[in-house]
Design a protein around this ligand. Sequence first.
Ligand code: UDP
Length: 409
Amino acid sequence: MSVRIIDHRIAERKPCASLACDALVVGAGFAGSTIARELAERGSMRVALIEQRPHIGGNAYDTLDSQGVLIHAFGPHIYHTASERVHAWLSRFTAWRSYEHRVCADVHGRLLPVPFNLNSIDAAFAPDKAARITELLLSEFGRGARVPIIELRTKSDALLHELADYIYENIFLVYTMKQWGQTPEEIDPSITARVPVLIDRDDRYFQDPHQGVPHEGYTRLFERILDHPNISVHLNVAADELLELTPEDPDSKDGPFSGILLAGQPHDGLLIYSGALDELCKWRFGRLPYRSLDLVYRHYDHNPVQPCATINYTVSEAYTRTTEFTWLTGQDVEVSTVLEEYSLPFEGAPGQIPYYPVVGEQNQQQYERYRALFSKLPGFYPLGRLGEYRYYNMDQAVLRALELADECI
Ligand code: UDP
Protein backbone atom coordinates (compact mmCIF):
# COMPACT_ATOMS: atom_id res chain seq x y z
CA MET A 1 0.00 0.00 0.00
CA SER A 2 1.55 3.26 -1.05
CA VAL A 3 -1.31 5.70 -0.64
CA ARG A 4 0.38 8.99 0.23
CA ILE A 5 -1.32 10.21 3.39
CA ILE A 6 0.11 13.15 5.30
CA ASP A 7 -1.48 13.68 8.70
CA HIS A 8 -1.08 17.38 9.47
CA ARG A 9 -1.80 16.95 13.14
CA ILE A 10 1.48 15.09 13.42
CA ALA A 11 3.39 16.15 10.29
CA GLU A 12 6.09 18.75 10.63
CA ARG A 13 5.50 20.06 7.15
CA LYS A 14 2.73 22.62 6.87
CA PRO A 15 0.16 21.68 4.21
CA CYS A 16 1.00 24.65 1.98
CA ALA A 17 4.49 23.25 1.45
CA SER A 18 3.09 20.14 -0.20
CA LEU A 19 -0.01 21.38 -1.94
CA ALA A 20 1.39 22.19 -5.36
CA CYS A 21 -1.25 20.67 -7.62
CA ASP A 22 -3.33 20.89 -10.76
CA ALA A 23 -6.49 20.03 -8.87
CA LEU A 24 -7.35 20.59 -5.24
CA VAL A 25 -10.08 18.28 -3.97
CA VAL A 26 -11.79 19.04 -0.68
CA GLY A 27 -13.25 16.04 1.17
CA ALA A 28 -12.24 12.37 1.08
CA GLY A 29 -15.71 10.80 0.91
CA PHE A 30 -17.11 9.00 -2.14
CA ALA A 31 -17.43 12.13 -4.27
CA GLY A 32 -14.01 13.60 -3.49
CA SER A 33 -12.09 10.32 -3.57
CA THR A 34 -13.63 9.21 -6.86
CA ILE A 35 -12.85 12.41 -8.68
CA ALA A 36 -9.37 12.58 -7.14
CA ARG A 37 -8.59 9.17 -8.63
CA GLU A 38 -10.05 10.02 -12.03
CA LEU A 39 -8.23 13.34 -12.36
CA ALA A 40 -4.97 11.75 -11.21
CA GLU A 41 -5.19 8.65 -13.37
CA ARG A 42 -7.24 9.49 -16.44
CA GLY A 43 -6.39 13.20 -16.41
CA SER A 44 -2.72 12.77 -15.39
CA MET A 45 -3.15 15.69 -13.01
CA ARG A 46 -1.33 16.22 -9.74
CA VAL A 47 -4.11 16.06 -7.18
CA ALA A 48 -4.00 17.27 -3.60
CA LEU A 49 -6.90 16.05 -1.49
CA ILE A 50 -7.54 17.77 1.80
CA GLU A 51 -9.76 16.33 4.51
CA GLN A 52 -10.59 17.96 7.82
CA ARG A 53 -11.14 14.68 9.65
CA PRO A 54 -8.36 12.35 10.80
CA HIS A 55 -9.40 9.64 8.31
CA ILE A 56 -10.43 9.04 4.71
CA GLY A 57 -13.80 7.64 3.61
CA GLY A 58 -16.09 10.43 4.81
CA ASN A 59 -19.22 9.05 6.42
CA ALA A 60 -18.59 5.62 4.88
CA TYR A 61 -15.53 5.16 7.11
CA ASP A 62 -15.55 1.81 8.92
CA THR A 63 -13.32 0.59 11.71
CA LEU A 64 -13.08 -2.05 14.44
CA ASP A 65 -14.69 -0.89 17.68
CA SER A 66 -13.36 -1.60 21.19
CA GLN A 67 -14.78 -5.13 21.16
CA GLY A 68 -13.41 -5.94 17.73
CA VAL A 69 -16.64 -5.54 15.76
CA LEU A 70 -16.37 -3.85 12.36
CA ILE A 71 -18.71 -0.85 12.56
CA HIS A 72 -19.66 1.96 10.21
CA ALA A 73 -18.59 4.86 12.39
CA PHE A 74 -21.06 7.33 10.82
CA GLY A 75 -24.13 5.16 10.33
CA PRO A 76 -24.91 2.16 8.14
CA HIS A 77 -23.82 2.25 4.51
CA ILE A 78 -25.26 -0.38 2.19
CA TYR A 79 -24.02 -0.25 -1.36
CA HIS A 80 -26.50 -0.80 -4.17
CA THR A 81 -26.58 0.41 -7.73
CA ALA A 82 -28.21 -0.01 -11.11
CA SER A 83 -25.31 1.80 -12.79
CA GLU A 84 -22.97 -0.53 -14.68
CA ARG A 85 -20.46 2.27 -14.88
CA VAL A 86 -20.35 2.84 -11.13
CA HIS A 87 -20.23 -0.86 -10.37
CA ALA A 88 -17.41 -1.53 -12.82
CA TRP A 89 -15.46 1.43 -11.51
CA LEU A 90 -15.73 0.57 -7.80
CA SER A 91 -15.09 -3.10 -8.53
CA ARG A 92 -11.58 -2.14 -9.64
CA PHE A 93 -10.83 -1.38 -6.00
CA THR A 94 -12.75 -4.02 -4.07
CA ALA A 95 -14.34 -7.43 -4.23
CA TRP A 96 -17.86 -7.58 -2.86
CA ARG A 97 -19.43 -9.63 -0.12
CA SER A 98 -22.78 -10.45 -1.60
CA TYR A 99 -25.35 -8.98 0.74
CA GLU A 100 -28.98 -7.97 0.28
CA HIS A 101 -30.26 -5.59 2.91
CA ARG A 102 -33.49 -6.43 4.71
CA VAL A 103 -35.36 -4.07 7.00
CA CYS A 104 -38.30 -4.71 9.33
CA ALA A 105 -40.60 -2.10 10.80
CA ASP A 106 -41.45 -2.63 14.45
CA VAL A 107 -45.18 -1.83 14.62
CA HIS A 108 -46.29 -2.28 18.23
CA GLY A 109 -43.98 -5.28 18.58
CA ARG A 110 -44.96 -6.89 15.26
CA LEU A 111 -42.21 -6.95 12.61
CA LEU A 112 -43.35 -6.05 9.08
CA PRO A 113 -41.03 -6.12 6.05
CA VAL A 114 -40.10 -2.69 4.62
CA PRO A 115 -40.51 -1.55 1.87
CA PHE A 116 -44.12 -2.39 2.67
CA ASN A 117 -44.97 -5.13 0.17
CA LEU A 118 -47.38 -8.02 -0.40
CA ASN A 119 -45.69 -10.03 2.40
CA SER A 120 -46.17 -7.08 4.77
CA ILE A 121 -49.86 -7.08 3.88
CA ASP A 122 -50.10 -10.77 4.82
CA ALA A 123 -48.37 -10.03 8.14
CA ALA A 124 -50.56 -7.02 8.94
CA PHE A 125 -54.07 -8.11 7.90
CA ALA A 126 -56.33 -11.16 8.32
CA PRO A 127 -55.93 -13.67 5.45
CA ASP A 128 -59.13 -12.92 3.52
CA LYS A 129 -58.65 -9.17 3.76
CA ALA A 130 -54.99 -9.49 2.78
CA ALA A 131 -56.06 -11.52 -0.28
CA ARG A 132 -58.59 -8.86 -1.35
CA ILE A 133 -56.07 -6.04 -0.91
CA THR A 134 -53.43 -7.96 -2.86
CA GLU A 135 -55.80 -8.65 -5.76
CA LEU A 136 -56.83 -5.02 -5.86
CA LEU A 137 -53.23 -3.75 -5.82
CA LEU A 138 -52.20 -6.13 -8.59
CA SER A 139 -55.07 -5.05 -10.82
CA GLU A 140 -54.62 -1.34 -10.06
CA PHE A 141 -50.83 -1.08 -10.36
CA GLY A 142 -49.50 -4.38 -11.76
CA ARG A 143 -46.88 -6.70 -10.25
CA GLY A 144 -43.55 -5.06 -9.52
CA ALA A 145 -44.96 -1.51 -9.36
CA ARG A 146 -43.36 0.90 -6.90
CA VAL A 147 -46.02 3.22 -5.53
CA PRO A 148 -45.04 6.22 -3.38
CA ILE A 149 -47.17 6.44 -0.23
CA ILE A 150 -48.19 9.99 -1.18
CA GLU A 151 -49.63 8.63 -4.44
CA LEU A 152 -51.35 5.67 -2.76
CA ARG A 153 -53.11 8.09 -0.45
CA THR A 154 -54.83 9.82 -3.38
CA LYS A 155 -56.74 6.66 -4.37
CA SER A 156 -60.47 6.85 -3.73
CA ASP A 157 -61.30 3.13 -3.57
CA ALA A 158 -62.33 2.40 0.04
CA LEU A 159 -60.09 -0.62 0.55
CA LEU A 160 -57.05 1.09 -1.02
CA HIS A 161 -57.78 4.12 1.09
CA GLU A 162 -57.83 1.99 4.23
CA LEU A 163 -54.54 0.36 3.22
CA ALA A 164 -52.91 3.72 2.48
CA ASP A 165 -54.00 5.08 5.85
CA TYR A 166 -52.63 1.99 7.59
CA ILE A 167 -49.23 2.28 5.88
CA TYR A 168 -49.11 6.02 6.32
CA GLU A 169 -49.82 5.87 10.05
CA ASN A 170 -47.79 2.77 10.88
CA ILE A 171 -44.78 3.09 8.59
CA PHE A 172 -44.31 6.69 7.48
CA LEU A 173 -45.80 9.30 9.79
CA VAL A 174 -43.91 8.82 13.06
CA TYR A 175 -40.62 7.77 11.42
CA THR A 176 -40.70 10.81 9.13
CA MET A 177 -41.54 13.13 12.03
CA LYS A 178 -38.54 11.73 13.92
CA GLN A 179 -36.21 11.86 10.93
CA TRP A 180 -37.16 15.27 9.50
CA GLY A 181 -39.23 17.00 12.20
CA GLN A 182 -41.99 17.31 9.57
CA THR A 183 -44.84 15.17 8.25
CA PRO A 184 -44.58 13.23 4.96
CA GLU A 185 -46.76 15.93 3.30
CA GLU A 186 -44.46 18.71 4.47
CA ILE A 187 -41.21 17.22 3.15
CA ASP A 188 -40.29 16.88 -0.51
CA PRO A 189 -42.24 13.95 -2.04
CA SER A 190 -39.01 12.51 -3.45
CA ILE A 191 -37.89 11.64 0.10
CA THR A 192 -40.68 9.21 1.00
CA ALA A 193 -40.68 7.95 -2.62
CA ARG A 194 -37.22 6.46 -1.87
CA VAL A 195 -39.08 3.73 0.04
CA PRO A 196 -42.19 3.05 -2.06
CA VAL A 197 -44.97 0.55 -1.42
CA LEU A 198 -43.84 -2.43 -3.45
CA ILE A 199 -46.45 -4.49 -5.32
CA ASP A 200 -44.41 -7.66 -5.13
CA ARG A 201 -43.17 -10.30 -2.70
CA ASP A 202 -39.62 -8.94 -2.69
CA ASP A 203 -38.56 -8.21 0.91
CA ARG A 204 -35.22 -6.68 -0.03
CA TYR A 205 -34.75 -3.02 0.87
CA PHE A 206 -33.22 -2.35 -2.56
CA GLN A 207 -34.05 -3.90 -5.90
CA ASP A 208 -30.88 -2.85 -7.73
CA PRO A 209 -28.98 -5.52 -9.69
CA HIS A 210 -25.73 -4.82 -7.83
CA GLN A 211 -25.78 -4.95 -4.04
CA GLY A 212 -23.18 -5.78 -1.42
CA VAL A 213 -20.58 -4.53 1.01
CA PRO A 214 -16.88 -4.13 0.21
CA HIS A 215 -15.21 -7.40 1.09
CA GLU A 216 -12.53 -5.81 3.25
CA GLY A 217 -14.63 -2.86 4.33
CA TYR A 218 -15.13 0.68 3.07
CA THR A 219 -11.94 2.15 4.51
CA ARG A 220 -9.82 -0.36 2.60
CA LEU A 221 -11.79 0.49 -0.57
CA PHE A 222 -10.92 4.17 -0.10
CA GLU A 223 -7.27 3.35 0.54
CA ARG A 224 -7.15 1.60 -2.82
CA ILE A 225 -8.99 4.38 -4.64
CA LEU A 226 -6.52 6.94 -3.29
CA ASP A 227 -3.45 4.80 -3.86
CA HIS A 228 -2.05 6.58 -6.91
CA PRO A 229 1.30 8.33 -7.39
CA ASN A 230 -0.40 11.55 -8.52
CA ILE A 231 -2.53 11.85 -5.38
CA SER A 232 -1.43 13.24 -2.04
CA VAL A 233 -3.92 13.06 0.82
CA HIS A 234 -3.75 15.61 3.62
CA LEU A 235 -5.66 14.77 6.79
CA ASN A 236 -6.64 17.14 9.57
CA VAL A 237 -6.66 20.08 7.18
CA ALA A 238 -9.78 22.25 7.16
CA ALA A 239 -10.51 24.02 3.89
CA ASP A 240 -11.04 27.36 5.57
CA GLU A 241 -7.46 27.28 6.90
CA LEU A 242 -6.13 27.18 3.36
CA LEU A 243 -8.69 28.66 1.01
CA GLU A 244 -9.68 32.24 0.61
CA LEU A 245 -12.27 33.42 -1.87
CA THR A 246 -11.73 36.92 -3.14
CA PRO A 247 -14.86 38.93 -3.99
CA GLU A 248 -15.09 40.70 -7.34
CA ASP A 249 -16.44 43.77 -5.58
CA PRO A 250 -15.23 43.99 -1.97
CA ASP A 251 -18.21 46.20 -1.08
CA SER A 252 -20.90 43.86 -2.37
CA LYS A 253 -22.17 41.15 -0.04
CA ASP A 254 -24.17 39.45 -2.81
CA GLY A 255 -21.57 39.71 -5.55
CA PRO A 256 -19.63 36.80 -7.03
CA PHE A 257 -16.12 35.66 -6.19
CA SER A 258 -13.45 36.36 -8.76
CA GLY A 259 -10.46 34.46 -7.40
CA ILE A 260 -9.26 31.66 -5.17
CA LEU A 261 -6.22 31.90 -2.92
CA LEU A 262 -4.68 28.63 -1.78
CA ALA A 263 -2.37 29.16 1.19
CA GLY A 264 -2.18 32.80 0.15
CA GLN A 265 -1.22 32.08 -3.49
CA PRO A 266 -3.59 32.38 -6.48
CA HIS A 267 -4.94 28.94 -7.40
CA ASP A 268 -5.63 28.63 -11.12
CA GLY A 269 -6.24 24.90 -11.21
CA LEU A 270 -9.40 22.99 -10.51
CA LEU A 271 -11.08 23.19 -7.13
CA ILE A 272 -13.50 20.36 -6.44
CA TYR A 273 -15.37 21.07 -3.25
CA SER A 274 -17.42 18.35 -1.55
CA GLY A 275 -18.18 20.24 1.65
CA ALA A 276 -21.14 22.47 2.43
CA LEU A 277 -21.32 25.60 0.25
CA ASP A 278 -23.03 27.75 2.89
CA GLU A 279 -20.14 27.09 5.26
CA LEU A 280 -17.56 27.89 2.56
CA CYS A 281 -19.36 31.20 2.00
CA LYS A 282 -19.52 31.87 5.74
CA TRP A 283 -23.33 31.58 5.75
CA ARG A 284 -23.79 34.98 4.11
CA PHE A 285 -27.29 34.03 2.89
CA GLY A 286 -28.16 32.13 6.07
CA ARG A 287 -27.69 28.48 6.97
CA LEU A 288 -28.83 25.83 4.51
CA PRO A 289 -30.86 23.29 6.51
CA TYR A 290 -29.39 19.84 7.15
CA ARG A 291 -30.28 17.01 9.50
CA SER A 292 -27.68 15.61 11.82
CA LEU A 293 -27.63 12.36 13.81
CA ASP A 294 -26.71 11.28 17.30
CA LEU A 295 -25.30 7.80 16.94
CA VAL A 296 -25.36 5.51 19.97
CA TYR A 297 -23.44 2.24 19.64
CA ARG A 298 -24.50 -0.47 22.12
CA HIS A 299 -22.36 -3.50 22.85
CA TYR A 300 -23.79 -6.97 23.49
CA ASP A 301 -22.16 -10.19 24.67
CA HIS A 302 -24.18 -12.32 22.25
CA ASN A 303 -24.92 -12.43 18.52
CA PRO A 304 -27.33 -11.96 16.83
CA VAL A 305 -29.20 -9.39 18.88
CA GLN A 306 -32.02 -8.67 16.45
CA PRO A 307 -33.77 -10.82 13.81
CA CYS A 308 -32.84 -8.64 10.85
CA ALA A 309 -30.09 -6.20 9.94
CA THR A 310 -32.11 -3.05 10.52
CA ILE A 311 -35.28 -2.46 12.50
CA ASN A 312 -37.14 0.77 11.74
CA TYR A 313 -39.08 1.99 14.77
CA THR A 314 -42.01 3.40 12.87
CA VAL A 315 -44.50 3.98 15.70
CA SER A 316 -42.43 4.10 18.91
CA GLU A 317 -39.04 4.96 20.46
CA ALA A 318 -37.04 8.16 20.14
CA TYR A 319 -34.53 6.64 17.73
CA THR A 320 -35.48 6.02 14.10
CA ARG A 321 -33.77 2.68 13.60
CA THR A 322 -31.31 0.14 14.97
CA THR A 323 -28.71 -1.66 12.85
CA GLU A 324 -26.68 -4.71 13.86
CA PHE A 325 -23.43 -4.54 11.89
CA THR A 326 -22.58 -8.23 11.72
CA TRP A 327 -25.63 -8.77 9.50
CA LEU A 328 -24.02 -6.42 6.97
CA THR A 329 -20.41 -7.43 7.26
CA GLY A 330 -20.81 -11.16 7.89
CA GLN A 331 -18.10 -10.88 10.55
CA ASP A 332 -17.94 -14.08 12.58
CA VAL A 333 -17.89 -12.90 16.23
CA GLU A 334 -19.69 -13.94 19.39
CA VAL A 335 -20.34 -10.37 20.54
CA SER A 336 -22.33 -7.72 18.73
CA THR A 337 -22.65 -3.96 18.23
CA VAL A 338 -26.01 -2.36 17.48
CA LEU A 339 -26.41 1.27 16.43
CA GLU A 340 -29.32 3.48 17.47
CA GLU A 341 -29.85 6.59 15.31
CA TYR A 342 -31.40 9.76 16.71
CA SER A 343 -32.13 12.50 14.20
CA LEU A 344 -31.87 16.19 15.02
CA PRO A 345 -31.49 19.52 13.21
CA PHE A 346 -27.92 20.43 12.28
CA GLU A 347 -26.98 23.62 14.10
CA GLY A 348 -23.26 23.73 13.42
CA ALA A 349 -22.09 22.87 16.94
CA PRO A 350 -18.43 21.78 17.06
CA GLY A 351 -18.15 18.18 15.90
CA GLN A 352 -21.75 18.00 14.68
CA ILE A 353 -22.08 16.51 11.18
CA PRO A 354 -24.55 17.57 8.46
CA TYR A 355 -25.62 14.13 7.22
CA TYR A 356 -28.71 14.96 5.17
CA PRO A 357 -29.56 18.05 3.10
CA VAL A 358 -33.22 18.95 3.63
CA VAL A 359 -34.14 18.94 -0.05
CA GLY A 360 -37.07 21.05 -1.22
CA GLU A 361 -37.86 23.99 -3.46
CA GLN A 362 -37.20 26.81 -1.02
CA ASN A 363 -33.92 25.36 0.23
CA GLN A 364 -32.88 24.71 -3.36
CA GLN A 365 -33.35 28.41 -4.13
CA GLN A 366 -31.15 29.31 -1.18
CA TYR A 367 -28.55 26.84 -2.43
CA GLU A 368 -28.68 28.39 -5.93
CA ARG A 369 -27.87 31.80 -4.44
CA TYR A 370 -24.72 30.29 -2.97
CA ARG A 371 -23.93 28.48 -6.21
CA ALA A 372 -24.25 31.72 -8.18
CA LEU A 373 -21.42 33.26 -6.15
CA PHE A 374 -19.03 30.94 -8.02
CA SER A 375 -20.27 31.73 -11.55
CA LYS A 376 -17.05 33.61 -12.37
CA LEU A 377 -14.79 30.80 -11.22
CA PRO A 378 -14.85 28.27 -14.09
CA GLY A 379 -12.51 25.84 -12.30
CA PHE A 380 -14.71 25.58 -9.20
CA TYR A 381 -17.06 22.59 -8.95
CA PRO A 382 -19.19 21.72 -5.93
CA LEU A 383 -19.69 17.97 -5.75
CA GLY A 384 -21.55 15.36 -3.71
CA ARG A 385 -24.29 15.32 -1.10
CA LEU A 386 -23.11 18.48 0.63
CA GLY A 387 -21.48 20.28 -2.30
CA GLU A 388 -24.54 19.89 -4.53
CA TYR A 389 -27.12 19.84 -1.73
CA ARG A 390 -28.62 16.63 -3.13
CA TYR A 391 -29.80 13.53 -1.27
CA TYR A 392 -27.35 11.27 -3.14
CA ASN A 393 -26.85 7.61 -2.36
CA MET A 394 -23.24 6.41 -2.49
CA ASP A 395 -23.50 5.22 -6.09
CA GLN A 396 -25.05 8.50 -7.21
CA ALA A 397 -22.18 10.43 -5.63
CA VAL A 398 -19.70 8.20 -7.48
CA LEU A 399 -21.55 8.55 -10.79
CA ARG A 400 -21.70 12.32 -10.45
CA ALA A 401 -17.94 12.37 -9.75
CA LEU A 402 -17.21 10.20 -12.78
CA GLU A 403 -19.32 12.47 -14.98
CA LEU A 404 -17.65 15.58 -13.63
CA ALA A 405 -14.30 13.98 -14.35
CA ASP A 406 -15.44 13.40 -17.97
CA GLU A 407 -16.16 17.11 -18.15
CA CYS A 408 -12.89 18.23 -16.57
CA ILE A 409 -10.48 15.95 -18.43
N1 UDP B 1 -39.39 6.24 5.71
C1 UDP B 1 -40.37 6.04 6.67
N2 UDP B 1 -40.46 4.82 7.27
C2 UDP B 1 -39.62 3.80 6.99
C3 UDP B 1 -38.61 4.00 6.01
C4 UDP B 1 -38.52 5.24 5.40
O1 UDP B 1 -41.13 6.95 6.98
O2 UDP B 1 -39.75 2.72 7.58
C5 UDP B 1 -39.30 7.56 5.05
C6 UDP B 1 -38.60 8.58 5.95
O3 UDP B 1 -39.13 9.85 5.68
C7 UDP B 1 -37.17 8.45 5.47
C8 UDP B 1 -37.37 8.31 3.97
O4 UDP B 1 -38.54 7.47 3.86
O5 UDP B 1 -36.40 9.58 5.79
C9 UDP B 1 -36.21 7.72 3.22
O6 UDP B 1 -35.80 6.51 3.84
P1 UDP B 1 -34.36 5.86 3.59
O7 UDP B 1 -34.36 4.52 4.23
O8 UDP B 1 -34.05 5.94 2.14
O9 UDP B 1 -33.42 6.85 4.40
P2 UDP B 1 -31.83 6.79 4.67
O10 UDP B 1 -31.41 5.35 4.71
O11 UDP B 1 -31.20 7.59 3.57
O12 UDP B 1 -31.72 7.46 6.01
